[in-house]
Ligand binder design. Sequence first.
Ligand SMILES: *Cc1c(COP(=O)(O)O)cnc(C)c1O
Length: 360
Amino acid sequence: MARIYNFSAGPSMLPETVLRTAAEEMLDYHGSGMSVMEMSHRSKWFQDIIDQAEADLREIMNIPDNYKVLFLQGGGNQQFAAIPMNLMKNGVADYIVTGQWAKKAAQEAEKYGKVNIVASSADKTFSYIPDCSDLPISEDADYVYICHNNTIYGTKFNKLPNTKGKILVADMSSDILSEPVNVEDYGLLWFGVQKNVGPAGVTVVVIREDLIRDDLPEFVPTMLKYKTQADAGSLYNTPPCYGIYVCGLVFQWVKSMGGLEAMKIHNEKKAKILYDYLDSSKMFKGTVVKKDRSLMNVPFVTGDADLDAKFVKEATAAGFTNLKGHRTVGGMRASIYNAMPIEGVQKLVEFMAEFEKNNQ
Ligand SMILES: *Cc1c(COP(=O)(O)O)cnc(C)c1O
């Protein structure tokens, strides 16, 4: 068996122990005589799986009782629509645009109401997080929206915006479970699981109960109402059962690793190895303002597109895959999510140093 170091931005590496458990339980889950893929979502087996997954996530993230946890489908892009449909009462929302995902979210929200872009870092290819301490927040904004970690550009909100009392909504798809989070700072936070938690196909919404409305406009599809899913315990229709099961295994893995405080230390150690090298290298440069650097996604360039391509090619051959940067940034990007072991980053840096030496 040859596992490689996979630096994909998503879907991405999962902990090896989780994959092994899933493999062991594939044909006969806990004496049920079936795979989780084959069991009814109305069975006690599956109810226990989803209940345990929710309980573990609540424990890990310290989610208060007045927040609901919803296991949904449709990915991030569906939330771009569901959020304005469910939260716009005045029909106004403020968006902070720090990358493609926030931009797409804002564009989708425009279909349902008035969207104000109150801050943006588009002027410098999203290489920084704008100062959000005193933004022109709209009087009647139903919420303020951010993308907490910008997967493509490698920036992260290390300080939350001052929303002047408005509800904060955050896309945490690419940094959820990477460090502790104070859930009460948010009215709603959500994440697609395929970056840092599990297999593609599950989206988790954590929403404060008082924001779940039953007075939504007629046009809102039943499936997109948070109320539908909250009332049904995420089992209104057939949920992505197997994906939820694997997420549950990852939650248990995070617990076994010592929870989010320990994940943070682990992730800071890994990121430091790579950033320290980038800061000392004469060939490779990080593309992001230092104080806004992500712990999860690390874009870097040589400044020469041919050399970038040569690096990606040789790295792939050496077992470091998916390092090609997003087409809008170019260069390279190493995504070093929770499941990337520290050796993966150490070996990548050794490889980079060797490449630098050989290509001067
Ligand atoms: C990947 C990603 C998305 C898009 O998710 P889909 O499930 O592909 O729709 C949205 N936001 C962030 C931060 C992402 O990393």
